[in-house]
Design a protein around this ligand. Structure first.
Ligand SMILES: [Zn+2]
Length: 157
């Protein structure tokens, strides 16, 4: 029981939006004009596909971390698993695990992801590519630039 914010009676109230404001009103008042029950399902047809569409187009590439063998081995041992156990768990051959841990085999991205998920480790990292793309625009009005600087930026192209 609470006080209806519209009529002031002490009754059973429901939350409703009255002309833009959230109010607690009694069932009687909720029947009037501008009262919209809050519990009405809000249908939002926009389906967000964050992981696919908002992939940043940066100059970076995904690479397998260099010490993948250590990470795999440590994570596996932490879980108390044998190489055989890990192999079974991710549906790979034991020889694959063995080669991974002795750094004889670099995992594919697919395999890395499986291992990452199962062992809860990061095996894929984003490495920024050296991008020599745009040489600095040489501003001839800029007195701080010496002839040497200009020649240098030409060379870099
Ligand atoms: Zn009321």
């Amino acid at each position: 029981m609470a006080t209806c914010e519209m009529c002031g009676y002490n009754r059973e109230v429901v939350d409703a939006i009255v002309e833009g404001a959230t109010m607690s009103v009694c069932l009687e008042c909720s029947k009037f004009g501008h009262v919209i029950p809050i519990n009405q399902p809000v249908v939002d047809k926009k389906i967000e596909r964050a992981d696919e569409s908002i992939k940043p187009q940066l100059d970076s590439v995904d690479v397998i971390v260099d010490n993948y063998n250590d990470r795999i081995k440590k994570a596996r041992e932490k879980k108390g698993l044998k190489q055989e156990d890990l192999a079974k768990a991710i549906a790979e051959r034991v020889s694959v695990i063995h080669q991974l841990e002795s750094k004889k085999l670099k995992p594919s991205f697919k395999l890395s992801k499986k291992l990452s998920v199962f062992l809860n480790i990061d095996l894929i990292t984003s490495s920024e590519q050296k991008n020599p793309a745009k040489p600095k625009d040489v501003d001839f009005k800029d007195n701080s630039l010496t002839i040497g600087d200009m020649l240098k930026s030409d060379e870099e192209e």
